[in-house]
Design a binder for this molecule. Structure first.
Ligand code: FAD
Ligand code: SF4
Length: 529
């Protein structure tokens, strides 16, 4: 058995970012990742391979609340889901940190305010090289620094959309993007501005994902070790159940154990809950740190809608994810409750429709699909779904697999947001009657399978009776166990979650450095180079 100062389980937005923060400390850090490196290969940028054959959706099988098995949209790779993400790197709104009344109930307050997270949002934007423009989005929270890079420019059709929306009295803004694009010096730009970004891996490593910008730089420190193809299967505790003593792993079929003074779980919201539930002991009969009975509960994943509008003019846009609209985020003139966020999603192409069953069957010959793709303008709408105790992860008694029970909430604001977008189409040169729902990203028709934005199964809070983690993201009942993926979210807001997971990992990282007696800024002493 090998021993470390810190073991981090999972190398995605939470775990990868945390390891980046801890690496310069010189502490012995072990990063465990169940997946492998995502292979760089031509298929990275093939819509047919990615969207029809689901080449990068990892094999796993979960059950929905009725006991029906499904393949979840999960990505077990170094870098986690960020390898495939759209890299829209939004801060939550300041209001999301407070209690918000929604149509279907309350979105609870976070135990820390926006002001406490703000410095870490700024650091996360710097680490992940976010491109954006402050001052355009009326719901934008205060920021202590400008975006580190200028906003990604709109291509002509999207600029026209922005102009039309502005002329109609709306406030579109340049979406915050994590792509390493240098428009001022394209010959030296890492990003080539291609059409295969959102939902695809980046072949040239120009996307601001956790592998490229967090894990790889961390591995340059000799004190950091990564084990791939290593799945944590249980956490063992001391007899009193007060601390984790060992991490049991399945490493390519072989059972091994590792130990550390501090263990951080960051497997993604469903898998982190699974690991803690699977680690039940006599002292923790319902799973680790689950006296509150909150472990696995309050699962959220956004009430999302991907829709395709048909532009009267052709839409030759290549990189489409440059525009956002938050005018209805907190409500509208005719509705007092929050509706959510509207943003663009990656430009669709004919092969992608082939991967989406409803479209595939509705629209047959390729020529029709090609024609549709030429005119398509693709939107992504997100309405907050409320954390509900009955929306939860449990483990199947027979085989220990994840069961995800989920009933939607806030359907009314979701429908209203859709109609708001439909109304906007009149002003923007699009066919009003042609707003076509899509199953972007995957062909699976089971809604819970689209768990890209999963969050909330180990929520943090000040009350141990009502939460799993304390405000440092440490398990209430175990002295050395932390969770830093999106599990800790008490509510999900209506903007994309990754930047919040990254910022929080940096915040928890500073806490851990203090606990370990290491310098916050870190020394370069352990640097291998
Ligand atoms: C197609 C797609 C598009 C998206 N677009 C956006 C976007 O534009 N903007 C945005 O903000 N968010 C986006 N997201 C969501 C974003 O990627 C996630 O919110 C974020 O990655 C979550 O971070 P995490 O650390 O919680 O989990 P992950 O990043 O998924 O990391 C979890 C890691 O843990 C590993 N793991 C799991 N179980 C174990 C185990 N037992 N042992 C060892 N390792 C384990 C996994 O392999 C994985 O590497 C998108 C997601 C997808 C799939
Ligand atoms: S747009 Fe840039 S970051 Fe995205 S996949 Fe293409 S090259 Fe990579």
């Amino acid at each position: 058995m090998s021993s470390y100062d810190v073991i981090v389980i999972g190398s995605g937005a939470g775990g990868g970012t945390l390891v980046h923060r801890l690496a310069p400390s010189g502490k012995r850090i072990l990063l465990l990742e169940r997946g492998d490196w995502l292979t760089r290969e031509p298929q990275n940028w093939s819509a047919a391979d990615v969207f029809v054959d689901n080449r990068y959706i990892s094999e796993d099988s979960w059950y929905d609340g009725t006991g029906k098995p499904f393949q979840p949209q999960v990505h077990y790779f170094v870098g986690g889901a960020t390898k495939l993400y759209g890299a829209a790197l939004y801060r939550l709104r300041a209001e999301d940190f407070g209690e918000l009344q929604h149509h279907d109930g309350i979105s609870p307050a976070w135990p820390i305010g926006y002001d406490e997270m703000e410095p870490y949002y700024t650091q996360a934007e710097q680490l992940y090289q976010v491109h954006g423009a402050r001052g355009e989005d009326p719901t934008e929270p205060p920021a202590s620094a400008p975006y580190p890079f200028p906003a990604v420019s709109h291509e002509p059709r999207i600029q026209q959309l922005a102009d039309d929306l502005a002329a109609a009295g709306h406030q579109p803004f340049h979406a915050p993007c994590g792509v390493m694009l240098n428009e001022a010096d394209m010959p030296y730009s890492t990003c080539v501005r291609c059409s295969t970004c959102d939902g695809f891996p980046c072949l040239v490593h120009a996307k601001s994902d956790a592998e490229v910008l967090a894990v790889r730089p961390a591995l340059e420190y000799s004190n950091v070790t990564l084990l791939t193809n290593t799945e944590a299967v249980a956490l063992h505790t001391n007899p009193g159940g007060t601390s984790v003593t060992e991490v049991a792993v399945d490493r390519e079929g072989v059972r091994e154990t590792y130990s550390a003074d501090i263990v951080v779980v960051s497997c993604g919201a469903a898998n982190s809950a699974k690991l803690l539930l699977a680690s039940a002991t006599e002292k923790h009969p319902n799973g680790l740190s689950n006296r509150s009975d909150q472990l696995g509960r309050n699962y959220t994943f956004h009430n999302s809608q991907a829709v395709l509008a048909l532009s009267k003019e052709e839409n030759p846009t290549v990189f489409q994810k440059t525009l956002g609209l938050n005018d209805f985020y907190l409500g509208s003139d005719d509705f007092e409750y929050p509706l959510g966020n509207i943003q663009m999603v990656g430009k669709s192409s004919a092969p992608m429709y082939r991967g989406e069953k409803p479209l595939e069957t509705k629209l047959a010959p390729t020529r029709t699909l090609d024609n549709m793709a030429r005119h398509a303008v693709d939107f992504w709408l997100s309405t907050e779904d409320l954390p509900r105790p009955e929306n939860r992860v449990t483990l199947d008694a027979e085989n220990g697999r994840i069961t995800l029970s989920y009933s939607p909430s806030n359907e009314e604001p979701k429908t209203r947001l859709y109609h708001k977008l439909k109304e906007l189409l009149k002003h923007t040169g699009m066919h009003e009657d042609h707003l076509i729902p899509r199953h972007a990203y995957l062909k699976n028709e089971i809604p819970v399978a689209g768990c890209a934005h999963q969050a909330g199964t180990c929520r943090f809070g000040t009350d141990p009776e009502a939460s799993v983690l304390n405000t440092d993201c440490r398990a209430h009942e175990l002295d050395n166990l932390y969770v830093v993926d999106t599990s800790f979210f008490p509510s999900i807001g209506a903007v994309n979650p990754a930047l919040t997971a990254m910022a929080n990992a940096l915040r928890v990282g500073d806490h851990l450095l203090e606990r370990l007696g290491a310098e916050r800024s870190g020394s370069e002493a352990a640097h291998a180079a």
